[in-house]
Design a protein around this ligand. Sequence first.
Ligand code: BV8
Length: 252
Amino acid sequence: MDEHTLDAVAELVHSARRVAVFTGAGVSAESGIETFRQPQTGLWAQFDPMELAHVDALRRDPETVTRWYHWRFSKCADATPNPGHEAITRLQRVKREAGGDVQVITQNIDGLHHQAGAEDVIELHGSILRWRCQKTGTMRSIGDVDFSSFPPMSEAGGLLRPDIVLFGEMLPNDALEAAERAVMSCDVFLTVGTSAVVYPAAGYIELAISRGVPTVEINPDVTPMSGAVTHTLRGASGVVMPALLKQCGLLD
Ligand code: BV8
């Protein structure tokens, strides 16, 4: 991570009134949750997430897809927020106390931003912690789902599925509207831990760039947006985010 860039970004974040923080699976990597495009391990190694996380796969093979999501939940059930999540929450708290705001827009379904204390998190792709009856639309917490057989069924005889957005499904309107408002009103836009290849979510990075506000990519790797953002901080979010807050004088 380049010290000069860190200093420049800290200056931008410190003076910004409203910050939008757009996150992807990379922000949960240091909590032990494999990123979306990391090769699958063990039992699921032979499956491609892009195949399983698709609405057609759920229609074609609800047993395998619900088993996979139950397995993915089991991988994140014990996960706890890492210093990256905590730094984002702290930034939001400090900005709100000063009359500004930080809006967290996440593609992640693991609930870790919320667990870290972030408020009003915009979950573009829903949450694996909520499961929905396909027949009645009723929601229930994953703890109230009977996984003794797959696919899990509701009392109404409907298929129970995670309340997430699969490929080929529309994103919830309220999340889209909230995300657009956040990007259109921010003074600085941080994109943290995302490969920036999934749409319409990745479009928010392009929207921020088109507005001409400073945009910062925080990621150990290059992404398709690396050449278009204002600054890149190459590093893990669990390291970069706390360093950024420390540089802003918000963390000792
Ligand atoms: C829709 C829930 C329309 C499920 C997910 C325009 C152009 C091209 C394609 C499309 C387009 N518009 C629509 C599409 C199709 C498709 C799409 O985007 N395809 C792409 C992939 C080619 N989009 C859709 O289908 C969307 N729906 O458009 O509907 C429609 C119209 C009419 C009728 C019906 C529908 C729905 C997209 C949502 C899909 N659901 N998640 C689940 O999670 O299982 S998306 C999935 O990818 C995850 O949510 C994940 O978060 C997301 C994005 O991936 P990332 O978060 O970026 O994760 P990834 O592993 O890729 O990258 C991790 C990054 O972190 C890496 O860069 C890595 O270097 C970095 N990293 C690693 N360690 C760290 C780190 N960074 C920081 N710190 C670290 N320690």
